[in-house]
Write a protein that binds this ligand. Structure first.
Ligand code: NAD
Length: 364
């Protein structure tokens, strides 16, 4: 029986529309190859939404996302909107989407593909075989804690305030996702905090340690975030699954991303309580290369694969896309960000065409 899925597409800003159009073309091929039918509906977010409606997350966008089976997002932001007040910034739209859909768990794989080892800035022996999953808490911590704002003190001086706060319940639910994820992978979980300085981290460490008794098959360790940053660069193969809060996860997942050579290769999944997940590349809107057909669409395409696997329970179709990506790379095709000597340079659209050719070969 044909499975119907309503997918909300949020192309956003910068390179977003270019990479989204490649992902949609790929999904249209997958649709023909499997018993799947997509109903795509496009909505505004970020700078594009600000320009059209005056706000970064129009209510209609959130409604459309809530009424879909999954959301495929590209990226938001750009120089043009950088000087707007905080509540009108593109990033506020993204935070609102995460909060509106209750997306508390962000899964960011950083896996080095053998074909791209030389694109990493680290030595081959350091990165070969790296396969890390960063589980980042997404709706709590310092990005949401109250009080927040820029206040004026009694002496008339301005004071900026953000609050890092986590409740036990918030730590438990992200902890459980992380233990379950580690269980399905290499069985090792490293919890990252700053418990030597921050009370909120002390609670984090206590709760995660308590949860460990429910998962005797998972080996738990703890690291302070500064040490974790060093260890990620020094010997990343020691990590399997990492769980951490919102701010630390934001930074560490980008560092993990760079181990793999290009941020243009990394997908992510954000899962929550409502069942509607958001699937998006780790990278931003890359305004420096927007509109030049230079963007690497593979993170977006791999995000569509994560959508099929984690959001729509279509693992076979997901694997088909991942296999096509590997075959394109095996054939020597590269966008500029992962280019190396002797490889064949392709722009964003041509990379999409190459993927579709591989998908068609895989089906025949
Ligand atoms: P960025 O990820 O957009 O770009 C960092 C560097 O990586 C740039 O040199 C860019 O050209 C390159 N790059 C990124 N994606 C690429 C791709 N697919 N192919 C080839 N090269 C790629 O990060 P930034 O420059 O810090 O931020 C730019 C804008 O994006 C800002 O407005 C920021 O707020 C926003 N941003 C959005 C998200 C998101 O939508 N989730 C995430 C991070 C940053």
């Amino acid at each position: 029986m044909t499975q119907h899925y309503r997918i909300t597409l949020l192309p956003g800003d910068g390179i977003g529309p270019e990479i989204m159009s490649v992902a949609v073309e790929v999904l249209k091929v997958v649709e023909k190859q499997f018993d799947i039918q997509f109903e795509f509906q496009e909505a505004l977010i970020g700078g594009a939404a600000i320009d059209a409606t005056g706000e970064p997350l129009p209510a209609t966008t959130l409604d459309m996302c809530r009424n879909s089976d999954a959301v495929l997002l590209a990226a938001i932001g750009g120089y043009k909107w950088d000087s707007l007040p905080r509540h009108l910034r593109p990033e506020t739209g993204l935070l609102g989407l995460r909060a509106g859909l209750g997306l508390f768990a962000n899964l960011r794989p950083a896996k080095i593909l053998p074909q791209l080892i030389d694109a990493s800035s680290l030595k081959r022996e350091v990165v070969e075989g790296v396969d890390i999953m960063v589980v980042r808490e997404l709706t709590g911590g310092i990005y949401f804690g109250q009080p927040k704002g820029i206040f004026t003190t009694e002496t008339g001086e301005k004071r900026g305030v953000n609050t890092m706060a986590y409740t036990e319940a918030e730590i438990n639910r992200i902890g459980r996702v992380a233990f379950e994820t580690a269980r399905k992978r290499g069985g090792k979980l490293c919890s990252v905090d700053k418990a030597n300085v921050l009370e909120v981290s002390q609670l984090w460490r206590d709760r995660i340690s308590q949860l460990a008794s429910e998962y005797p098959d998972v080996e738990l360790s703890h690291l302070y975030v500064d040490n974790a940053a060093m260890q990620l660069i020094r010997w990343p193969k020691q990590f399997d699954t990492i769980v951490t809060g919102n701010l630390f996860g934001d930074i560490l997942s980008d560092a993990a991303a760079m181990l793999t050579g290009s941020i243009g290769m990394l997908p992510s999944a954000s899962l929550g309580a409502t069942g509607v997940g958001v699937f998006e590349p780790v990278h931003g809107s890359a305004p420096d290369i927007a509109g030049q057909d230079k963007a690497n669409p593979l993170a977006q395409v791999l995000s569509a694969a994560m959508m099929l696997r984690y959001g729509l329970n279509q693992p076979v179709a997901a694997s088909r896309i991942e296999q096509a990506v590997i075959q394109v790379l095996d054939g020597g095709d590269r966008t500029g960000d992962i280019m190396s000597e002797g490889m064949n340079y392709l722009g964003c659209r041509a990379m999409g065409d190459a993927l579709i050719q591989e998908l068609e070969k895989l089906a025949s």
